[in-house]
Write a protein that binds this ligand. Structure first.
Ligand code: GLC
Length: 650
């Protein structure tokens, strides 16, 4: 939008830029800056407009974007241009992701290149390398307590190794995803060290207080993220003689985005990594970015403004780079991270579908889909140029954060239902699942669950029992869950060894720096000798891997699985079945009827009851996944316990 005030301000800022920047050929930069400047200026002035140094801060902001642009490689610029032209490129069904630890999946960054063959064998073409930046040993929160945002942890490699892997990924058409931890730093970050030493400039990077008066008011509204190990949201720092806000661990200091210096520093870091060849940046813990006294300090409007500003600025310098919002929040808040009141995403193009993930696990525990369907119905619709990350497991715990109203609507009492889920997944209910209870809040009784996909789905206990039927059941469940994330709409994100049926690894309890964080039970190192069993017919690894590989390759062929708001949830009287229709919006005859049986027992799919959705009860159906025509009997299709179909009429 053309707006006179911001236009004249832009001209005055361009006059003030440092001469070495002015001398550069910045043609594309200026075009994009002109297009985005109205939004950038409005957002920056909403956040920081009341400061005396506003104009100087604006100049720094523009210089930071320009510097980022000057260092952008030709190859990245070429990609920027082609992605700008084909701006829906990431909505295609051809993308399948995987998240992994560099030193768990491989030895280090250099060795990760040797795993490209594995990604290709499975069909994975987007790899989220879990945080690899410098962190203090023993106080790292799995890489999320960063002490240097531009240096790689020496144990996994250096910047040179990173550039090599990013080139190799690009050559092999694999997207590279990297974390930006923008809510907090380690207390050993240079900024924190200077703050501790009494430098007021850096104390203003954090939220510090001389006494408990303000923290006590904050505490009234703020929940605790790690109540067992890190109760409270503030930590006393002896050196500084002040309280500092630490929402996560006591060694993770929250940054204060009321300070534009913080925003500009983080923007420079975002652009630095964009220029190292990263395709997608996963923005960690974005719900927490803005702290408002008296609130939960999550999902605040200004947290959204910060993200919009970051997106607008990144689009000027590195428009080909996408953002993933890691916001594990209530369903109603989730879609806001795409950007509210917008048609196309204006914050993050991609967001974790944490609601679907938790609902899927509910389906596994209850063996019915009542809540799953209700929850999907209440999922806010996404914007046009935005997509979900659909996942079953990740490196974090599972929180059953679905909406209480949905739980009540299907006839459960919310608190006791959640308690049932905790009991179920910690094996207290029937010893199928082998999850570990995480962060029980003694006061509310709330807790979350850790464990690998396979162990939670019952494979660990089944293998122990040696009971073939139980093993089969667990494998079906693993595949059932994956069949939903592959077909639901969004980019499926597999986790680490899930395609190999990796079980819990309890060895973390022997490491004092990990023992009190049971998330490490599902962050195990891959044993590649054992992984070779994926090629041995009949082995558990082979059964899971082969099916996953097939699922991925078939997903990539089904245009109806691309994500264009082209899913219709179908109501069924059979509460064990989850049914939805995926269709190609450009060719609606091109559709796939997805059916998943969450029960352990066989169930019938009565085609007649779906005729109002355009399903032909007398049609001939083929299951695209197995290539088999399911036998039909009087208008019904039979599904075995834990079975799914991707049905197409032909
Ligand atoms: C995110 C990460 C989690 C980490 C937290 C604090 O939620 O996924 O692992 O503990 O942020 O950085």
């Amino acid at each position: 939008m053309y707006e006179q005030i911001s236009h004249s301000l832009l001209n005055s800022i361009l006059d003030e830029l440092r001469p070495e920047i002015k001398r550069q050929n910045l043609r594309h930069f200026y075009t994009r800056l002109g297009a985005n400047f109205y939004a950038i200026h409005s957002l920056f002035s909403t956040l920081y407009g009341d400061r005396d140094d506003f104009q100087a801060q604006m100049v720094r902001l523009v210089e930071t974007m320009a510097e980022g642009y000057i260092y952008r490689s030709e190859e990245s610029e070429r990609l920027d241009m082609s992605r700008e032209q084909d701006h829906n490129w990431f909505l295609s069904q051809k993308w399948v992701g995987m998240a992994l630890y560099t030193n768990g999946f491989a030895e280090n960054l250099a060795d990760l290149a040797n795993k490209i063959g594995y990604f290709q064998e499975l069909g994975v073409n987007m790899v989220h390398i879990m945080p690899i930046l410098k962190c203090p040993i023993g106080k790292s929160d799995g890489g999320y307590a960063i002490s240097n945002f531009r240096e790689i942890d020496g144990r996994v490699g250096d910047l040179n190794d990173f550039q090599k892997i990013s080139e190799q990924f690009r050559k092999n058409d694999i997207l590279l995803v990297l974390d930006i931890v923008l809510n907090h730093t380690s207390d050993e970050h240079e900024w924190a060290l200077k703050a501790k030493a009494g430098d007021p400039h850096y104390q203003n990077y954090y939220l510090t207080f001389e006494d408990r008066s303000v923290p006590d008011v904050f505490e009234q509204g703020m929940p605790e993220v790690f109540p067992e190990t890190d109760p409270g949201n503030f930590t006393w720092n002896e050196e500084m003689g002040r309280w500092v806000m630490t929402v996560f661990h006591d060694y993770q200091w929250d940054l204060d985005y009321r300070n534009p210096d913080v925003f500009i520093e983080i923007l420079a870091i975002v652009l630095f990594w964009a220029n190292q060849g990263v395709d997608v940046l996963r923005l960690d813990a974005v719900a927490f970015l803005w702290k408002k006294m008296g609130s939960t300090c999550q999902n605040e409007r200004k947290a959204h403004l910060i993200l919009q500003l970051l997106k607008d600025c990144c689009q000027v310098t590195a428009p080909g780079v996408l953002f993933i919002a890691e916001a594990i929040v209530a369903p109603g808040e989730l879609a806001k991270y795409f950007g509210e009141d917008a048609i196309v995403a204006k914050e993050c193009e991609i967001a974790y579908n944490a609601t679907l993930m938790a609902l899927l696990w509910d389906g596994i525990a209850t063996k019915n889909t009542k809540l799953l369907r209700e929850g999907i119905k209440s999922l806010p619709s996404k914007l046009d140029r935005a997509t979900w990350l659909t996942y079953v497991r990740c490196h974090d715990d599972i929180g059953f954060g679905f909406d209480d109203r949905d739980i009540s609507a299907v006839g459960y009492e919310p608190h006791s239902h959640r308690m049932f889920l905790i009991d179920y997944f910690s094996g207290k209910y029937d010893d199928t699942s082998r999850g570990l209870v995480f962060m029980r809040n003694e006061f509310t009784g709330d807790a979350r669950i850790c464990g690998s996909l396979a162990s939670l789905a019952g494979l660990e206990s089944a293998l122990e029992s040696g009971d073939q039927a139980r093993i089969d059941r667990a494998i079906s469940k693993i595949l059932l869950l994956n069949s939903v994330i592959m077909s639901f709409g969004g980019i499926p994100l597999l986790y680490n060894g899930d395609a190999l049926g990796l079980l819990n690894d309890y060895s973390y309890s022997g490491d004092p720096s990990k023992a009190n964080d049971s998330r490490w039970v599902h962050r195990s190192k891959i044993d590649w000798e054992k992984a070779a069993l994926r090629h041995q017919r009949g082995s558990v690894e082979c059964r899971i891997f082969t099916a996953m590989k097939r699922m991925i390759s078939i997903r990539k062929e089904i245009s109806a699985f691309a994500d264009f708001n082209n899913r219709e949830l179908l109501h069924s009287d059979n509460e064990h079945l989850l049914c939805y229709l995926r269709f190609n919006p450009l060719r609606t005859s091109d559709k796939v009827f997805v059916v998943a049986n969450f029960d352990d027992h066989p169930q019938r799919l009565e085609l007649e009851s779906y005729s109002r959705y355009g399903i032909n009860p007398r049609g001939n159906y083929v299951d695209l996944f197995s290539g088999v025509r399911p036998s039909q009997y009087e208008g019904c299709i039979a599904l075995q316990g834990g079975q799914f179909y991707w049905l197409s009429e032909n």
